[in-house]
Design a protein around this ligand. Structure first.
Ligand code: HT7
Ligand code: ZN
Length: 845
């Protein structure tokens, strides 16, 4: 496979004015007719005419009406063309029913749908399939199916056909088509400039009762983007379609968003609070792409973070505005620490803007998305709210209708605010997580904070330069009062000292408030100081973080001494937080959550120790048991307090109460033989409580009946069935997880070609550290077997799931050898896809 480099970028030789497509749909032999008006790019030297094309059968081609015979290559075609504008016409045949890759035009449950990002359009017709070529599309669809959709506005329709026109120039990756036997949940939205937009969520008839929440979320997103960014929707219709077979969460195709059904369908009986939150966030995310991604797109795929980082930042802000920033910030920081820091510390580490790739689909990562969003957040912290809004206004003004770069983006900040961001740009280019070490002293009323930064080497980047890091600082006195409210320090040197004068006494620092930068603060303050911050910090993030850090250190100590009871200080702090009714229940639930097994393994590895996944599991489990015992006097009352009498609502308050109630339920189950969990399972009127109760029962080995009943109840609901598969593995004891997963792969409902179902088993297994890392390597072998089986059908999902082996360097030599053996077995598989080959090669490096 060929490596592509950012440094090799060349502007396209030919630009597209307009695209006319006609689809004659048939499962085995769809005909696609294209008529494309090309013109030479005045800003680019003349280049041979090349169109991408893969898995296409060319029937005929012509230029300005004269038939031509292009030269077909492995990746497309070339053809002699005039040195002036011309019209290209082609007819190709494709077989959507045979398309299992789920890229291009494919079929899912009798419905036609498309996925073109990143490079799927070339599987539909010959085209310059690159994001910097933007055209105006008109699409005609011919089919007997009742609902025929494409991008833009409907133009005309008749018996067996429909025509759509999208007035906004777009790159081919935003093209979409859907044809199926669908029904719509319909609504309307009036924009700030008083235009009425038709909104539809298209689903199969039995799913119609799961669309209301998604529609509400869409309308909330539309109004938020108007009020917060001044951005209104720009077509007469906004369509969303739910599809069962989909590689990712959703896709922002212009005016026709296509969603994995798990990311749009939701109701009380079948969806957990986490599902509702995810649906709302993804609907908002895809909608926000209309401006950040569609109206302004990326010049090339190296700039992916330009649209994804910004759009994630926007969806995070939206969720924070709607449901509370404190809890949202903790959740986002957990994703960074548990997933992105892990990616950045291992063989898959790459910059937010990578400079080379083999398969771009492998770079839709937590680094590009979530770290990319953190960079936007840091820019906002550095220039302030008004500066940020001015920079964004300029960005929309200057680049509307263009395919832009990170350089363009940063120039808008510099031009709007005068800030020099030359050093900040390193964040986009340099991989790895910076580590800060902090030292302080106090003398004659002056408090000095010495901060040093260092970024460890990552693959291909042995040397790192200092970054421009916003460090939010607050200083507290010994009553908890702020002597310095949150202040943004700017760390730019390898080490730097910040001083604060005229202080009456030595203050207590609260550093990196609100997780102001995606860094690790390597030097932890003394336990007493952290206990003080847990009780008093005025910054909710740091308050939570102080408790988290204490819990982690306590667990690490217990792991090092191979077990024991949690210390009294931890238990007292937990008791105080859980019973503080002045605190948001969702916040309390987060404090109650112990650091994950992966988190602990990473901490041990960072300290130069070799983690034992089984021991970590055991000690964490012991702590839970001890905690349940030590807090047994308050748990039943707390659990009762969290039961909600009013009608169900998927809102933050109720969600927080259910989260805290379910955290307590797990503790109660340690002591009551599962009585409370069984009662909750029997009486639940919502999936959050039903699933949590099932989980608690499975965890204590008493879930067999409940699991069987759950299956009986939900066997016809594919999304709930995914949960049934997943939770049996997640909650299995370490020695049973692999066997449980293997047994489930033999279940008649294990429809493994469906990506959601495959992930529900194999994703759950690789996310169960103690089970997956079983010493005999059976977990590795099972995952490898299934990845080898899936790869020929769906390389994208296979490649993404190979990342399950990412932690290999953390563990002991025997486990590493077993993982390597499985990775080599995958690598040696005949005909392995380039996608999976790239991932396995990077892991083995
Ligand atoms: N922009 C979308 C990315 C996406 C995707 C990428 C590769 C393969 C399949 C895919 N489906 C969707 C999703 C988003 O970030 O909004
Ligand atoms: Zn996105």
């Amino acid at each position: 496979p060929q490596t592509i480099y950012l440094a090799d970028y060349m502007a396209p030789g030919w630009l597209v004015e307009s695209v006319h497509l006609t689809f004659r749909l048939a499962p085995q032999a769809t005909r696609v007719l294209s008529r494309i008006a090309f013109r030479p790019n005045p800003d680019s030297p003349r280049q041979p005419f090349f169109l991408h094309g893969e898995d296409l059968r060319l029937i005929a081609a012509s230029i300005d009406g004269t038939p031509v015979t292009p030269q077909l290559t492995a990746t497309g075609l070339t053809c002699d063309v005039p040195d002036a504008p011309f019209v290209w016409e082609a007819e190709v045949e494709i077989a959507p029913a045979d398309n299992t890759v789920l890229e291009g035009l494919y079929m899912s449950n009798g419905m036609y749908c498309t996925q073109c990002e990143a490079e799927g359009f070339r599987k539909i017709t010959y085209y310059p399939d690159r994001p910097d070529v933007m055209g105006v599309y008109t699409v005609r669809i011919e089919s007997d199916l009742p609902v025929l959709l494409s991008n833009g506005n409907p133009v005309a329709s008749g018996d067996g056909w429909a025509e759509w026109h999208d007035p906004w120039p777009k790159p081919s990756y935003l093209f979409a088509l859907v044809a199926g036997d669908l029904v719509a949940h319909h609504d309307t939205f009036t924009t700030m400039d008083d235009r009425t937009v038709d909104l539809n969520i298209w689903v199969r008839a039995p799913d119609l009762d799961k669309c209301g929440f998604g529609m509400g979320a869409l309308k909330r997103a539309m109004i938020w983007d108007e009020q917060t960014y001044g951005r209104a929707y720009d077509l007469d219709v906004f369509n969303i379609v739910a599809v069962d077979d989909f590689n990712m969460g959703a896709m922002e195709n212009k005016g026709l968003n296509i969603f994995n059904s798990s990311a749009v369908l939701a109701n009380q009986a079948t969806s957990t609070d986490a599902d509702f939150q995810r649906v709302e966030a993804i609907i908002a995310h895809e909608y926000f792409h209309n401006w950040t991604g569609n109206r302004i797109t990326c010049r090339d795929w190296f700039q992916l973070c330009l649209k994804e980082g910004l759009t994630v930042f926007r969806d995070q802000s939206f969720t924070g505005d709607l449901h509370g920033h404190a809890v949202k910030r903790i959740e986002d920081a957990l994703v960074m620490r548990n997933r992105q820091f892990q990616e950045d510390a291992g063989p898959l580490s790459h910059p937010v803007r990578p400079d080379s790739f083999v398969e771009i689909n492998n770079f839709y990562t937590v680094t590009v998305y979530e770290k990319g969003a953190e960079l936007v957040g840091m820019l906002k912290r550095l220039v302030g709210d008004d500066g940020y809004r001015a920079a964004l206004d300029l960005y929309f003004d200057r680049h509307d209708g263009q395919a832009a770069t990170i350089e363009d983006w940063l120039a808008c900040f510099t031009d709007a605010t005068g800030r020099d961001l030359t050093q900040f740009k390193r964040w986009y280019e340099q991989a790895g997580t910076p580590r800060l070490t902090v030292r302080d002293d106090f003398k004659d009323g002056t408090y000095s904070l010495h901060i040093a930064q260092e970024t460890p080497p990552t693959p291909g980047q042995p040397e790192k330069l200092p970054l421009h890091i916003p460090v939010a600082l607050g200083l507290l006195d010994d009553t908890g009062a702020e002597v310095l409210p949150t202040t943004m320090l700017e760390l730019t040197g390898a080490s730097q000292t910040f001083t604060f004068d005229n202080l009456a006494a030595r203050p207590i620092p609260s550093i990196l408030r609100g997780f102001s930068a995606p860094v690790i603060v390597a030097s932890t303050p003394p336990a007493g100081e952290r206990a003080f911050l847990l009780a008093h910090d005025t910054d909710p993030f740091n308050r939570w973080d102080a408790g988290r850090s204490l819990a982690r250190d306590m667990l690490l100590d217990l792991i090092r001494q191979d077990g024991g009871a949690p210390d009294a200080g931890y238990l007292d702090g937990l008791r105080a937080t859980l019973t503080d009714s002045g605190l948001d229940p969702a916040f309390r639930a987060l404090v109650a959550q112990l650091p994950s097994e992966t988190d602990l393994a990473i901490a041990l590895a960072a300290a130069g120790e070799t983690p034992d996944p089984l021991q970590i599991h055991r000690v964490r489990q012991d702590v839970r048991r001890h905690t349940a015992e030590a807090l047994s006097d308050i748990l039943p009352r707390l659990y009762a307090d969290m039961q909600i009498q009013s009608p169900f609502a998927p809102d933050a308050l109720q969600g927080g109460q259910r989260a805290l109630g379910n955290a307590i339920l797990m503790l109660l189950s340690e002591r009551d033989g599962g009585a409370a969990a069984q009662a909750q399972f029997d009486g639940a009127d919502n999936m959050t409580q039903q699933l949590a109760a099932l989980g608690a029962l499975l965890h204590i080995g008493k879930g067999e009946d409940a699991a069987a009943r759950f299956h009986d109840q939900w066997q016809d609901d594919r999304l709930v069935l995914n949960k049934w598969f997943g939770i049996q593995i997640t909650m299995a004891a370490p020695e049973e997880a692999v066997d449980t997963a293997a047994r489930l792969t033999r279940h008649s409902d294990f429809l493994w070609k469906n990506p959601n179902r495959f992930r529900s088993v194999m994703g759950a297994l690789s996310a169960h550290p103690a089970g997956f890392h079983r010493a005999d390597g059976a977990g590795y072998a099972l995952l490898a077997d299934w990845l080898i089986r899936l790869d020929p059908l769906n390389p994208q999902t296979t490649a993404r799931m190979v990342a399950g082996f990412d932690g290999l360097r953390r563990y002991d030599a025997d486990r590493q050898a077993l993982i390597r053996r499985e990775l080599r077995r995958i690598a040696d598989t005949q005909g392995l896809s380039p996608d999976t080959t790239e991932m396995v090669t990077r892991l083995l490096q």
